[in-house]
Design a protein around this ligand. Structure first.
Ligand code: TYM
Length: 336
């Protein structure tokens, strides 16, 4: 039997933060050799909120370069840009026509983002999860490694598989493959540095709430120095009354590569004055090699373009085959 297939993606909105890295990309990298991998830069998703056309293309390149810098290995993985493969938009339309609108209106991320947009909510924001379902289903993905916040979108994808297969498939020969989410326990929900009850997010107006993968050592140190803590001495995991403490210890655990028991033991008697410099140093140490590799990749645009070209060349035939299968099942005439 061949390897199982993975599909995942990140939006090119600003650069990546530690939530994206620890919740998603780190897991892609760690498990990639077990799978056949497709990692896309989901630029069509990035325009579901107001975007800047002057930076969309360069932001997509930045994200692709960061995938490489974080350790994506092209021997088992493909990197491509979503909008370069038109099948993503086309399958979205087909799926739209079988998606009950109330499924989309109930999505947590839609409700949160729509609230922030006020009057100016585009149809694309409502449709975001259907485009994400198309991304996953086009590649017959077995597993979708993401952070916690994407779980509901993958559940919707699974519901769409059932619905489409029921309406247009035969039980012996399903049209679409059922994907499973791959969500790790540790790091699946990294919290804001300024409020341990809120998710670390690209859309938080405060830069101090997140550490970006490309932040300089000085900026990282400053953000950690200023981050929210509590007045209690001694640090511990999993105390619901100390969300910041749990989050910062989790960051230290994941960035240092130490296990939970070791970190709990090491930090049990520490005060914040001792812990914060330790966390800052650990974060800088973990991110420096990524930043060095990122610069190398960005300095060689031809190389990056060749990676994206090859990624598209490998991905597109799979996507087109699935699209043709769905159109056929839905009864469309074949192009002449
Ligand atoms: P995006 O760009 O918002 O997030 C990219 C990935 O980062 C994870 N993530 C987090 N994980 C832990 N803690 C956090 N604070 C945190 N913030 C973000 C997200 O769960 C995600 O895995 N809709 C997707 C992009 C997408 C996609 C796909 C993913 C489009 N099509 C197909 C998988 C498969 C998203 O949230 O992007």
């Amino acid at each position: 039997m061949g390897k199982q297939r993975i599909l995942s993606g990140v939006q090119p909105t600003g650069n990546l933060h530690l939530g994206n890295y620890l919740g998603a990309i780190r897991n892609w990298v760690e498990n990639q050799h077990q799978y056949e991998n497709y990692f896309c830069v989901v630029d069509l998703h990035a325009i579901t909120v107001p975007h800047n056309p002057a930076t969309l293309a360069s932001d997509s390149y930045t994200i692709a370069a960061l995938y490489l810098a974080c350790g994506i290995d092209l021997d088992c993985s493909n990197i491509f840009i979503q909008s370069h493969i038109s099948a993503h938009s086309e399958l979205t339309w087909l799926l739209n026509c079988i998606t009950p609108i109330n499924w989309l209106q109930g999505m947590i991320q839609f409700k949160e983002k729509a609230l922030k947009q006020g009057e100016n909510v585009g149809t694309g924001l409502l449709d975001y999860p259907v485009l994400m379902a198309a991304d996953i289903l086009l590649y017959d993905a077995d597993k979708v490694p993401v952070g916690e916040d994407q779980k509901q979108h993958i559940e919707l994808t699974r519901d769409l598989v059932i619905r489409l297969n029921d309406q247009f498939g035969d039980p012996e020969n399903p049209v679409l493959k059922m994907p499973d989410p791959l969500i790790r326990t540790d790091g699946a929900r990294i919290m804001s540095l300024t409020d341990g009850t809120k998710k670390m997010s690209k859309s938080d107006p405060s830069e101090m709430s997140r550490i970006n993968l490309l932040d300089s050592p000085d900026v990282i140190t400053k953000k950690i120095k200023k981050c929210k803590t509590d007045p209690v001495r001694g640090l511990e995991f999993d105390n619901p009354d100390r969300p910041e403490c749990n989050n910062l210890l989790t960051l230290y655990m994941l960035l240092s590569g130490k296990d939970k028991a070791t970190v709990a033991d090491e930090c049990a008697d520490m005060g914040w004055g001792q812990f914060k410099p330790l966390l800052a140093e650990t974060a800088v140490e973990a991110l420096t090699p990524i930043q060095t590799k990122y610069k190398e990749v960005m300095d060689d645009k031809e190389y990056l373009e060749s990676v994206l070209r090859r990624g598209r060349e490998n991905a597109e035939p799979i996507a087109q085959a699935t699209l043709a299968r769905v159109k056929d099942a839905m009864g469309f005439s074949k192009p002449l």
